[in-house]
Structures are given as structure tokens and as C-alpha cells.
Design a protein around this ligand. Structure first.
Ligand code: UDP
Length: 348
């Protein structure tokens, strides 16, 4: 199969690259390396099945050609992370909506009908306070809080674009609403809570719990996410499907902080930070977020392989290894250590 992955050097995208290359598929990645890094796909550099283009989806001149080549396109390129969403609201809308539209238009104009897998987000449910979020519930954005909902709006627009092109031009769309994906290669720089807590725990800094800590999330290991996503796309075939993709174990942010401290044996304390201090005025946090996975399970029979503890342990080991290499580099030698793999293995 020919697989095009936009944003393929990013966090989730690069795990999809690993998965499809392990299956023997041809994989073409386009990434502007704004938040993704080439190191994420570097191990495949010499693989004849792998091709990489450093370009922005909005301006890439080979897009038509790549879309015509692809049997399946994973559109993962997007501006993500709460800090970036707050700092660059116009970029979020342009990149996320115009990028998706350009891709779908290229397929329509060429008369091609690749399967298009769109990365949506649990953010589309907005401040919906249902105990468990099901695909047929309403998508809500708040009229307060200025540009805070730009990311959510952009993902709702992408979903609408995917549905419209599917209905009007027969381009099948798989819309995956990701719920808090975590794991190796995710960075904390743009706000994501798990890599931040792990980094803070490993370096002995206070763990910053924002907004009280009784808000909840459900975290899914990226290595599960990509397996679920791939089987969803395969099972969907030529049908258009919207599905939650994640893990339904729910945990409060304070309990997460304690879990990270416990798993890492860290001496870090917990520091409460008011929401306003963390994100500025007018920010509304989501209080609760847990996916209903019945649709995903009914379609794919998917079972998770990683618990949150597994993921945290792995991330703690990677962070320690990185800290060790950094110190060793400064001291000018490699040090003795057991190498924790950043590269997961997927069965071919
Ligand atoms: N959060 C936190 N400390 C941090 C970073 C985030 O307490 O250092 C909180 C944040 O306010 C939110 C939750 O963790 O309630 C998840 O944040 P993230 O940005 O990872 O995901 P999202 O809010 O998009 O679900």
C-alpha cells in the first residue's frame, strides 16, 4: 500500500511511519519540521520504502503528485499544543483548516479517491460535561474566552470538510477524535501534561498542577493509538467513519502528578498553579474528558497493550537516559548504561 503521512515527523505521525514500514508499505512523509523533528524518522532514512519531503502542506508543490500516488493519506500536520494555540491563533486556523482543504481539493481536482484519515481531537466536544463522550453527542464551543476555541473550531471545520468531500466527491474519510495521546517523542514544550510532569519529576523540580487538579483526562499510549487508528482505517474501507480513539481510563491531574512521582521515585513536590497564571486571562480548561470507545471496539475489536503506568515508566527511563547522555556529553564520554529504546517494534 502507498501511504502519505502529512506531519509524519511529528509525535503521532512518526509512530504511524514505524507501523506502516513494519508492514512493508511504502511511506511518504511531508513535514515542515515546525514541531516535528527529523530525528523521529531518522532510523528509516536509508529504507527504500521511505521518502521524506521537508515542506509545508499549505505550499508544497508536490502535493498533487503525492495525493495521486497515495492509497491512504493520514493528515496529521497541524498546529497543536495549548501554548501554541494561545500564542498563534491565526496560524492554528490557517494551517489546520486550509491545509486540510488543500489536501482534499487536490484529491478532487485530480479525480483521485484515496482514503483520507483526518486527525481530529476530543477538543471538538468542547466544554461538554457528559461523563463519557460519545461520537453522536453535540460539539460545543463557548462564546466566552476569545481565541481559546480556535483549535477546536479548526478541528470541527476539518471534520466538516472531510464529510463534505466524502459525500460530494466520494473521497472516503476516517475521522479520528484523539483523546490525550501520550508516549515517546512527545515533548512538553507546547504544554502537554505528561511529558511535562515526567521531566519535572526526573529533574526534581516541582510538579506544576494547573487549575486545582481535579479536572480529569484519559491518556492513551501512542503505540496503542496508531494500531487502533490503522485497524480503524482498514476496517472502514471505503466507508466514512467518525470514531473516538483513545483509552477510557480516567484520571485526575492531581492523581496523575502523584502517579508520576510514585513511579519515578522522585522527591518532587506538587505545586498548585492557578489557571490564569498558567495560560493567561480568559482561559477555560476542560473539566472532564473520557471517551466512549464502543464504536472503535465494535469496528476493530481493539485491545490496549499499554497501561498508563507502562507509559510513565517508559518515559521516565527515556528521560533519565537523556539526562545521563547530556551529562556524559558534558563530561566527554558515553557512560555505561542500558539503552531504553525510543523505537517501538510493530509486528510486520
Ligand atoms: N496541566 C497541568 N500542568 C501542566 C500542564 C498541563 O496541570 O504543567 C493540565 C492542564 O491544565 C489540563 C491537563 O493538564 O487540565 C491536560 O493538559 P494538556 O495540555 O496535556 O491536554 P488538554 O488540555 O488538551 O487535554
Amino acid at each position: 500500500m502507498h501511504v502519505l503521512i502529512t506531519g509524519g515527523a511529528g509525535f503521532i505521525g512518526s509512530h504511524l511511519v514505524d507501523l506502516h514500514l513494519a508492514k512493508g508499505d511504502q511511506v511518504h512523509v511531508v513535514d515542515d519540521l515546525s514541531t516535528g523533528v527529523f530525528a523521529n524518522v531518522e532510523p528509516h532514512r536509508d529504507n527504500p520504502l521511505f521518502r521524506f519531503d521537508h515542506a509545508d502542506v499549505l505550499t508544497w508543490d508536490r502535493l498533487d503528485h503525492a495525493v495521486g500516488w497515495a492509497d491512504r493519506i493520514y493528515h496529521m500536520a497541524a498546529v497543536v499544543g495549548v501554548y501554541r494555540v494561545i500564542a498563534e491563533p491565526t496560524k492554528v486556523l490557517a494551517t489546520n483548516i486550509a491545509g486540510c482543504e488543500r489536501l482534499l481539493r487536490a484529491a478532487r481536482d485530480g479525480g483521485w479517491k484515496p482514503q483520507v484519515v483526518l486527525a481530529s481531537s476530543s477538543e471538538v466536544y468542547g466544554h461538554n460535561d457528559e461523563q463519557i463522550l460519545r461520537e453522536d453527542q453535540d460539539l460545543t464551543v463557548s462564546s466566552r474566552a476569545g481565541t481559546r476555541w480556535g483549535y477546536s473550531v479548526s478541528k470541527i471545520a476539518d471534520e466538516a470538510l472531510g464529510m463534505s468531500y466524502a459525500q460530494r466527491f466520494g473521497i472516503p474519510a476516517v475521522i479520528a477524535r484523539f483523546f490525550n495521546t501520550v508516549g515517546p517523542r512527545q515533548v512538553g514544550r507546547y504544554g502537554m501534561v505528561v511529558p511535562r510532569f515526567v521531566q519535572q519529576a526526573v529533574s526534581g523540580e516541582p510538579i506544576t498542577v494547573f487549575g486545582g487538579g481535579d479536572q480529569t483526562r484519559s491518556f492513551c499510549d501512542v503505540r496503542d493509538t496508531v494500531v487502533a487508528l490503522e485497524s480503524l482505517a482498514t476496517r472502514a474501507g471505503r466507508d466514512t467513519v467518525v470514531a473516538n480513539v483513545g483509552n477510557d481510563r480516567e484520571i485526575s491531574i492531581r492523581d496523575l502528578a502523584e502517579l508520576v512521582i510514585q513511579r519515578s521515585g522522585s522527591r518532587s513536590s506538587i505545586k498548585d498553579v492557578p489557571l490564569r497564571e498558567a495560560y493567561g486571562e480568559d482561559f477555560e480548561d476542560i473539566r472532564r474528558r473520557r471517551p466512549d470507545l464502543s464504536r472503535l471496539r465494535a469496528l476493530t475489536g481493539f485491545k490496549h497493550r499499554y497501561t498508563l503506568e507502562d507509559t510513565i515508566d517508559h518515559l521516565v527511563a527515556l528521560a533519565r537516559q537523556e539526562a545521563h547522555s547530556h551529562h556524559a556529553e558534558q563530561r566527554g564520554h558515553d557512560g555505561d548504561r542500558t539503552v531504553v529504546r525510543n523505537q517501538p517494534e510493530y509486528a510486520a
